[in-house]
Design a protein around this ligand. Structure first.
Ligand code: NAG
Ligand code: NAG
Ligand code: NAG
Ligand code: NAG
Length: 284
């Protein structure tokens, strides 16, 4: 980070000259403008560096990840495109599926074996069928090695975030990803991250080790397109180990709302509004 950009010097003399409010507003403006420039720079430099680094010979070899010998267990090519109208509403999609959160939280549905709340059928590639709204999860393999290629068919940069595991960005390029794009991957000094950029008309490939059981959110960071459905969940089940039991204050919603304990018994007064909010937060 360009720390010099954020340095504030001569605050005392300057504040007596300018007046404190004006100075603070000025400093805040400067901070935000610098931050924007910095973000822009980082994106650009990162893209340039990545493209020139791929294929370049490396000398330093110690303390780095080397994925060359890894066997990938699942491959997903996930395509986004500009918002489209599905059932009369503007929606965004991943592989033609616009995510809709169920009224029964995913994790509760899984824990209580309630079928029909979600499906584990998120497609590996864009299917030749009309786009739809659905609660479709990616079926991950515990301790598997997943390769995800984000293909951006929109005209804006997409930022994707994955909960639950850090991943490694192994490649990115302009154009449409193909099997032989793998030959350009950098597999041995990647940096662990949880968010990555995908440039317009370009692809970005990540590798992720699924060693953290749970149901994890994979989403676009842009709030508008995330809200419109540009997200999916990744389910990873460890069949050999029971998960911790649910905490006492779990909020049961949807099909499990009959299990909801009376919150007032515990000396906490809930009006209905915060309870609904908490419920909604749990669904997200
Ligand atoms: C990475 O591992 C592969 C296969 O095990 C090996 O051939 C290669 O030399 C390694 N690369 C580096 C840079 O250590
Ligand atoms: C859900 O199903 C699993 C495996 O079939 C079982 O071990 C578990 O006890 C079930 N849980 C509930 C709450 O019924
Ligand atoms: C999900 O993947 C597991 C292996 O991790 C497999 O046993 C299971 O059948 C899959 N479920 C579905 C619905 O495809
Ligand atoms: C999106 O896909 C369409 C159809 O394949 C193609 O014509 C268009 O160039 C793509 N746009 C971007 C930005 O990738």
């Amino acid at each position: 980070m360009g720390s010099q950009r954020y340095q504030i010097t001569g605050l005392d003399s300057a504040s007596s000259l300018l007046g404190h409010d004006k100075l603070m507003i000025g400093l805040l403006l400067k901070f935000f403008i610098n931050m924007l420039i910095h973000i822009g720079d980082t994106l650009f430099i990162h893209f340039q560096k990545f493209r020139t680094n791929l294929g370049r010979k490396k000398i330093i070899n110690s303390c780095r990840w080397n994925f060359s010998a890894v066997t990938v267990t699942d491959v997903y090519v996930i395509l986004n495109r500009p918002a489209e109208v599905i059932n009369g509403k503007w929606r965004t999609t991943l592989n033609g599926i616009s995510y809709i959160p169920p009224s029964t939280p995913l994790k509760l549905a899984q824990k209580f074996n309630i079928s029909g709340v979600y499906k584990l059928d998120f497609p590996n590639i864009l299917m030749n069928r009309p786009a739809k709204v659905d609660t479709s999860l990616i079926n991950g393999t515990f301790k598997g090695f997943m390769e995800i290629i984000f293909q951006n068919n929109d005209t804006t940069v997409q930022n994707y975030h994955l909960d639950g595991s850090a991943f490694f960005v192994v490649g990115m390029d302009v154009g449409v990803w193909a099997e032989n794009s793998r030959s350009t991957y950098n597999k041995w000094d990647d940096v662990a991250r949880c968010t990555t950029q995908v440039f317009p008309g370009s692809w970005t490939a990540i590798l992720v080790v699924l060693d953290n059981a749970g149901i994890w959110n994979l989403r676009a960071q842009n709030l508008d397109s995330w809200y419109l459905g540009q997200e999916a969940y990744l389910s990873v089940v460890n069949r050999n180990q029971n998960e911790n039991s649910l905490p006492d204050n779990t909020i049961y919603c949807g099909l499990l709302s009959s299990l909801q304990k009376d919150q007032t018994q515990r000396g906490v007064k809930f009006s209905s509004a915060p309870l609904i909010l908490a419920c909604a937060a749990f669904i997200r």
